[in-house]
Write a protein that binds this ligand. Structure first.
Ligand code: CP
Ligand code: NVA
Length: 300
């Protein structure tokens, strides 16, 4: 089976640090590997995307390759033919498959059956490229390794789950501020806690979550595929909005992060998003660099 990147826990801590190292060197232009020279990468999208689509397409070109944008209309994955058969056929044409879809199990099945690496570009359960890129952004801004204190506020979703997966590999203090009905995935939470390297706290009190934090992170309250629940989620989560009053409770040099797209005025205010603590556009830029590093790593 090829080396895939379906979730962060597919990598050891040492491998994650190798990816950060590669990412830094590629971003600075110290190395420029071309693992996809004369090769193609298929990018399957069953959900909308700005950052993921553009950063993968640009990154694949910079790695010497050609990218193909494939939507449900073309291959109708799992319906027109089995995921197994599609994986086998795609592996005959492509050097890597990137996929953004709904069911995480579809990406696992694709990776289990493909003979080339599969990279997860977001599922309902996880968004691993995003959180590796965000941790790289944190390292860049802080200029050192540390057991950073991360406060995630809002919906317990694919972003929260990916922070928990990272906490199973890199020591951190992870505070999740969310409501009783919007908790992250119980199995992923248990795995992160059982791993024992990070200190993980769940609280319904946003002030407790952000106290002294190095990073305050948020995401939309209703993810793709859940927009019909937007009003219900807004009702449950309105006290977790990141605004100036909340930022004042964190460390004075705290970073404010958001994976984007943001719904300004809901989970984050304009003052905070455009304010001095915000690194949201650095995070967006680093999607390009981290994904190049991930692709170079799985192609080694
Ligand atoms: N953060 C992120 O994945 O953005 P897109 O949904 O635009 O790809
Ligand atoms: N949780 C969001 C992340 C978007 C990048 C979603 O899944 O829609």
């Amino acid at each position: 089976m090829a080396r895939s990147f379906v979730q962060i826990t597919d990598m050891t801590a040492d491998e994650i640090w190798q990816i950060f190292d590669l990412c830094g060197k590629m971003k600075k232009g110290e190395i420029a590997p071309k693992p996809y020279a004369d090769k193609s990468v298929g990018c399957i999208f069953h959900k909308a995307s700005l950052r993921t689509r553009i950063s993968f397409e640009v990154g694949i070109a910079q790695l010497g390759g050609q990218s193909l944008y494939i939507t449900e209309k073309e291959i109708n994955l799992g319906a027109r033919e089995s995921i197994h058969d599609a994986a086998k056929v795609l592996s005959r044409y492509l050097a890597t498959i990137m996929i953004r879809t709904f069911a995480h199990s579809d990406v696992e099945e694709l990776a289990e059956n493909a003979d080339v690496p599969v990279v997860n570009g977001l599922t309902d359960l996880t968004h691993p490229c995003q959180i590796l890129g965000d941790y790289f952004t944190l390292l860049e801004n802080k200029g050192k390794r540390d057991d950073f204190k991360i406060a995630y506020l809002g919906d317990g979703n694919n972003i929260t789950n990916s922070w928990l997966n990272l906490a199973a590999r890199i020591p951190m203090k992870l505070n999740i501020g969310t409501a009783a009905d919007t908790q992250p995935d119980a199995q992923i939470l248990k795995l992160a806690r059982d791993n024992g390297i990070s200190d993980i706290m769940l609280t319904d009190d946003p002030k407790e979550a952000v106290a002294g934090a190095d990073v305050i992170y948020t995401d939309v309250w209703a993810s793709m595929g859940q927009k019909d629940k937007a009003e219900e989620k807004a009702r449950l989560l309105k006290q977790y909005q990141i605004n100036d009053a909340l930022v004042k409770l964190a460390h004075p040099d705290c970073l404010v992060m958001h994976c984007l797209p943001a719904e300004r005025g809901r989970e984050i205010t304009d003052e905070v998003m455009d304010g001095p603590h915000s690194v949201v556009f650095d995070e967006a830029e680093n999607r390009l660099h981290i994904q190049k590093a991930i692709m170079a790593f799985v192609m080694q």
